[in-house]
Design a protein around this ligand. Structure first.
Ligand SMILES: NC(=O)c1ccc[n+]([C@@H]2O[C@H](COP(=O)([O-])OP(=O)(O)OC[C@H]3O[C@@H](n4cnc5c(N)ncnc54)[C@H](O)[C@@H]3O)[C@@H](O)[C@H]2O)c1
Length: 285
């Protein structure tokens, strides 16, 4: 998600300082951005010159404090882990200029909680981009309890300059997108777990029957099964409602390291570029 967000800002003319924990992770991110820019060129929607300008707008850093000294806006898109995000926001608050807005791309963690860990809760906001970021138009703009109107207005307007369609959302677990999407994905996994139908059958029903561009199990693979599990757990805890309890098959797959596209295997097999159906090993109860 971080490379997609950096790509989108850079292609819109913003100077971007991209931070990750290692040079290898940054190189992987830049490689993905280059590949995605080439795809846009192949479709005739970008010139080689614009690609060079976009890449020229991105500088990489492995230390946050070196990257944020002159920032007007920071969009945090690290791993979906509350403790990690609170730690990163502490550093962002310490090293970024006083007026810098601190945004998070979190899929589910409370913006209000993240904001409360800083000394500028009025300048903390959610910017929930969709995957793949350069293509998907939606960005949920999430107001924490203390987010000021000024912060909200400036991020809402700025999102339009990225070519996105911002939607105003209040800060409750899962926001809007995942509150509706994740129960559907979880129910698809439950349907598989109960032996009602196979992976491809479930996805085909939703693609051809509901006109979804991608079946829910393949979408889960693309999002990352660990991310899906983390979001369901936040909603389960946040609402204290068993309807959000993650299905045991999802829990088992994450424990086994089957995280979807990023690990090479989830509900489908992505090794060697294949997307053949993968019958989950823990299919039966
Ligand atoms: N995957 C999706 O479809 C999706 C969609 C919308 C929002 N999100 C959210 O975006 C965020 C990132 O998701 P992802 O799927 O890209 O996760 P990911 O685990 O694939 O990538 C996270 C990146 O953060 C880096 N990172 C970890 N700790 C860091 C630190 N201290 N400083 C800098 N970088 C650090 C990791 O090295 C990695 O490159 C999460 O909050 C997630 O909920 C994900």
């Amino acid at each position: 998600m971080g490379n997609g967000i950096a790509h989108t800002f850079a292609q819109s003319g913003f100077k971007v300082n991209l931070v990750d924990v290692s040079q290898e992770a940054l190189d992987r991110g830049l490689k993905t951005i280059t590949t995605n820019l080439d795809r846009i060129i192949a479709k005739g929607n970008l010139s080689e010159e614009q690609k060079a300008e976009t890449l020229g707008n991105i500088t990489t850093f492995t230390a946050l404090q070196d990257a944020v000294g002159n920032a007007d806006l920071i969009v945090e898109a690290a791993t979906e882990n509350q403790e990690l995000k609170l730690k990163i926001f502490g550093q962002m608050d310490q090293f970024a200029p006083e007026n810098c807005i601190l945004a998070t791309n979190t899929s589910s963690i409370s913006i209000t909680k993240i904001a409360a860990s800083t000394k500028r809760a009025d300048k903390v906001i959610g910017m929930h981009f969709m995957n793949p970021v350069p293509i998907m138009k939606l960005v949920e703009i999430i107001k924490g309890y203390s987010t000021s109107k000024e912060t909200f207005d400036s991020i809402y307007e700025m999102s339009k300059t990225l070519g996105k369609v911002p939607v105003e959302v209040n800060d409750y677990p899962g926001f809007v997108a995942n509150r509706i999407l994740m129960p559907m994905i979880n129910e698809s996994i439950e349907t598989l777990y109960n032996g009602v139908a196979g992976v491809e059958e479930i996805d085909t029903v939703m693609k051809l029957g509901m006109a979804h561009p991608m079946g829910p199990l393949q979408l889960a693979d693309f999002i990352g099964l660990d991310v899906c599990l983390a979001i369901l757990n936040v909603m389960y805890e946040g609402f204290k409602n068993p309807k959000y309890a993650p299905n045991p098959l999802l829990v088992n797959m994450v424990m086994a390291g089957k995280l979807g596209v990023k690990s090479g295997e989830g509900f489908y097999d992505y090794s060697d570029g294949k997307k053949a159906e993968k019958v989950a090993k823990m299919f039966s109860k």
